[in-house]
Structures are given as C-alpha cells and as structure tokens.
Design a protein around this ligand. Structure first.
Ligand SMILES: *[C@@H]1O[C@H](CO)[C@@H](O)[C@H](O)[C@H]1NC(C)=O
Ligand SMILES: *[C@@H]1O[C@H](CO)[C@@H](O)[C@H](O)[C@H]1NC(C)=O
Ligand SMILES: *[C@@H]1O[C@H](CO)[C@@H](O)[C@H](O)[C@H]1NC(C)=O
Ligand SMILES: *[C@@H]1O[C@H](CO)[C@@H](O)[C@H](O)[C@H]1NC(C)=O
Ligand SMILES: *[C@@H]1O[C@H](CO)[C@@H](O)[C@H](O)[C@H]1NC(C)=O
Ligand SMILES: *[C@@H]1O[C@H](CO)[C@@H](O)[C@H](O)[C@H]1NC(C)=O
Ligand SMILES: *[C@@H]1O[C@H](CO)[C@@H](O)[C@H](O)[C@H]1NC(C)=O
Ligand SMILES: *[C@@H]1O[C@H](CO)[C@@H](O)[C@H](O)[C@H]1NC(C)=O
Length: 330
C-alpha cells in the first residue's frame, strides 16, 4: 500500500515537472528571431540540463519504490494470466511457488489465503477438521502454539510466509491443487499484541479472516477449566466474562479492515448451511464436509458447573444473564 502511494506521488511529480519543462521549451522557441544565437544556445542548454536532472530524479524515485516493494514482499509468485480474475478479486488471488515441490498442472490454479481467528474452546478444532475434509483446502493447525514462532513480528511473518507459500509441512498439506491455504490462530498467541502489523500483512497479501467465536462465554469458561464439573469463583466470574467479551470485541474492531466473515460456534452446530457460506467465502467449490471430531459437550450448563445456584445468582439480572438460559435448541 505504502509503496503504491509513493509511486503515485512520484508519477504525479514527474508529470508536473515535464509539463513545466514543455512550457519553457515553447517559450524559448517562440523567442524573437532577432535574439542573439548565443542566448538561445544558453537557454537550450539550460533546458536540457534541467530536463536530464529532473528525469534522473524521477527515475531514482521510481527505482527506490520498486526496490522497497521487492524487499517487502519476499515471496515470489508464479506469473499467471489474471485476465479472467475480476478486478475486485485480484488482490486475493495467488500463485505460490513452493520451494520443495512443483504445483504441476495446478501451477496456475489460484490459491486464496485465510486465517481462522478464534479463542480456546470455541470449536475451532472441529471446524478446522471440517475444512480439511475438503479436497482443495489446507488448514495447517495452530502454528503459533510454539512460542518461538511468535516471539516477534519477524518470526510471525516468516512463519506465515511459509504457510502461504505452501511450504509448511503438516498433516493438512494437500496435493498441488490446494485452492485455499491457511492456519488457526488464537487471539492470545501474539495476535492481539501485534495486531497493527498483522493487519498490514493481511491486507498487503490479501489474506481473508474467518472469525470463529462462541456466543456463550460462560460455557467456554466452564470448558476451559478442563475439569469435570468445575466450581467457578463468582467473585472473579463477572470480571473474567467482561474481560473475555472485551478481548473479542477489540480483536474484531482492530481487524475489521481485513476481508472477513464472523461465525459463532452455536450457529454452526445448529445450521450446517453456514458451512456452505464459508466455502463460498473461500471461493472453493461447495461440497459436503465431514469431521470425526467430537463436538464440545452440549449438556445443560447446570449439569456442568458444580456451584450452579451460586453462579446463577451472580449472573441473574446482569448483561450476561442470557448465558444462563440460552441453551442449544437442537
Ligand atoms: C490471458 O487470457 C485471455 C483470455 O483467456 C487472453 O485473451 C489473453 O491473450 C491472455 N493474455 C496473455 C498475456 O496470455
Ligand atoms: C525474533 O525471534 C527469533 C526466534 O525467537 C529470533 O531468532 C530473532 O533473532 C528475533 N528477531 C528480532 C528482530 O528480535
Ligand atoms: C513432513 O512431515 C512428516 C512427519 O510429520 C515427515 O514424515 C515427512 O518426511 C515430512 N516431509 C517433508 C518433505 O519434509
Ligand atoms: C519445505 O522445506 C522446508 C525447508 O527447506 C521445510 O522446513 C518444510 O517443512 C518443507 N515443507 C514441506 C511441505 O515439505
Ligand atoms: C481441487 O482439487 C482437485 C483434485 O486435486 C483438482 O482437480 C481441482 O482442480 C481443484 N479445484 C480447485 C478449485 O482448485
Ligand atoms: C475468588 O477469587 C478471589 C480473588 O482472586 C479470592 O480472593 C477468593 O478467595 C476466591 N474465592 C474462592 C472461593 O476461591
Ligand atoms: C441457516 O442459515 C442460513 C443462512 O446462513 C439461513 O438462510 C437459514 O434460514 C438458516 N436455517 C435455519 C434452520 O436456521
Ligand atoms: C432472577 O432475577 C429475577 C429478578 O431480577 C427474579 O425475579 C428471578 O426469580 C431470578 N431467578 C432465579 C432463578 O433466582
């Protein structure tokens, strides 16, 4: 984006300069015939020197711009004929050249980049196995669960570059006809901390985001404790719920400029037609998705929380009250 803007400016400046130069030229040519030859020669020479100087400046600016663009986007892409891709889609269509293998007959089959952004116990494991059951989708798992890959923004970008160049080796790696490549990213895995740089990267490389959250944060919390029938501390419960709510809200706000779709686990398990919308969003052919993953348990919350009455009283009448009653209607 930055490079493009710089180039526009440089182009404009060049035009402006040559426009003025042209005027000067016509002025000097229109000079009365009686003026001494020497004076005309001086004007001509000065005009020429000026022209050469201005042109070299413009070239330098253009040169440095294309150079900075090369430095920024390190991943080489296959040059394929994009004339059939609608203009609004061009930035999302990629032709990666993996280092380890050739995409063979799919060299010029477009690949879309995506990231599933979620938080723990939101059903993203189940959702990802569904996506990976599609022959053209490759979602490479929670790649940022390893700390060193997210220790700073350069490691984060290096890791994402590998995924999007189809060089990431995981069980989800597909054949050469991958049409959508991505991974799963939890909000607390360096995403919130680096959101500005990540948004820039996503927008520059045309990465689409699938937000997957859970409406019922109380259920999520009960599941995160990963204990049979946990006892929730009602003193800290309100604060925790508010924090989880804020965290999600902020993430959505910070990443809203990226092309995205927002899903809720509760809606997905009730309505499979939403999966078709996801495939449309990724621009892959719609087909049936399957998963052997067990769904997060759906039994009533009152059976899942040890001190249910206490929790009920703490949340009854607050803005989180709906979490107590909204159960699955399946
Ligand atoms: C790209 O494809 C279009 C339509 O298939 C064709 O008209 C055009 O000549 C192609 N361009 C190049 C550079 O091959
Ligand atoms: C980023 O982190 C990686 C891995 O932890 C490390 O090797 C590298 O030196 C760090 N780079 C910067 C600029 O801090
Ligand atoms: C990819 O990883 C698997 C194990 O996870 C390994 O067996 C295989 O050799 C790896 N492939 C390459 C090309 O590195
Ligand atoms: C490709 O090669 C790199 C190193 O050259 C390796 O780390 C990566 O796992 C390989 N990817 C696949 C899909 O085999
Ligand atoms: C999906 O994969 C199949 C099998 O590899 C391939 O024939 C097809 O062209 C791919 N579709 C897209 C849209 O890439
Ligand atoms: C609940 O959390 C508060 C603050 O951390 C703590 O003071 C209190 O002892 C906890 N209550 C129980 C029952 O664990
Ligand atoms: C399922 O979702 C789609 C849109 O995502 C909607 O049009 C449809 O009415 C929903 N069906 C049910 C049974 O809720
Ligand atoms: C919840 O609060 C309302 C008043 O705000 C009260 O009428 C109702 O009895 C409470 N529910 C339970 C189960 O205590």
């Amino acid at each position: 984006m930055w490079g493009a803007r710089g180039e526009e400016k440089a182009g404009g400046a060049c035009e402006e300069w040559s426009y003025q130069l042209g005027n000067k030229d016509t002025l000097s040519l229109k000079a009365p015939k009686k003026s001494p030859l020497a004076l005309r020669m001086v004007v001509l020479t000065m005009t020429m020197i000026c022209g050469v100087f201005i042109c070299s400046m413009c070239m330098k600016q253009l040169g440095s711009d294309s150079w900075s663009r090369i430095v920024k986007i390190q991943v080489a892409e296959q040059s394929c004929n994009k004339s059939l891709v609608p203009p609004s889609e061009v930035q999302f269509v990629h032709y990666p050249q993996p280092l380890n293998y050739s995409r063979k007959e799919c060299t010029c089959t477009p690949v879309r980049f995506f990231a599933i952004i979620s938080s723990q116990r939101s059903g993203s494991g189940w959702f990802e196995t569904l996506l990976n059951s599609h022959i053209n989708v490759s979602s490479n798992g929670e790649i940022f669960s390893k700390k060193e890959r997210r220790s700073n923004i350069s490691s984060i970008i290096k890791t994402m570059d590998m995924v999007y160049n189809l060089d990431w080796n995981s069980s989800a790696s597909k054949n050469e006809c991958t049409a959508a490549a991505g991974f799963k990213w939890m909000l607390n895995q360096g995403l919130v901390a680096n959101h500005a740089a990540v948004v820039d990267y996503f927008n520059q490389r045309g990465v689409s985001v699938i937000f997957l959250f859970r409406r019922n944060l109380l259920r999520q919390m009960a599941n995160i404790l990963a204990k049979y029938k946990p006892r929730l501390n009602t003193t800290t419960l309100m604060w925790s719920l508010k924090q989880a709510d804020d965290y999600t809200r902020k993430a959505l706000e910070n990443l809203k400029s990226v092309r995205h779709i927002t899903l809720y686990y509760e809606d997905l398990i009730q309505n499979r037609t939403m999966l078709g919308e996801v495939l449309d969003f990724l621009k892959v052919p719609v087909r049936k998705l399957v998963s052997r993953h067990v769904k997060i348990h759906t039994k009533p919350l009152s059976d899942q929380i040890e001190n249910w009455d206490e929790v009920y009283n703490a949340l009854n009448g607050t803005k989180f009250e709906s979490f107590l009653n909204a159960d699955y209607r399946t």
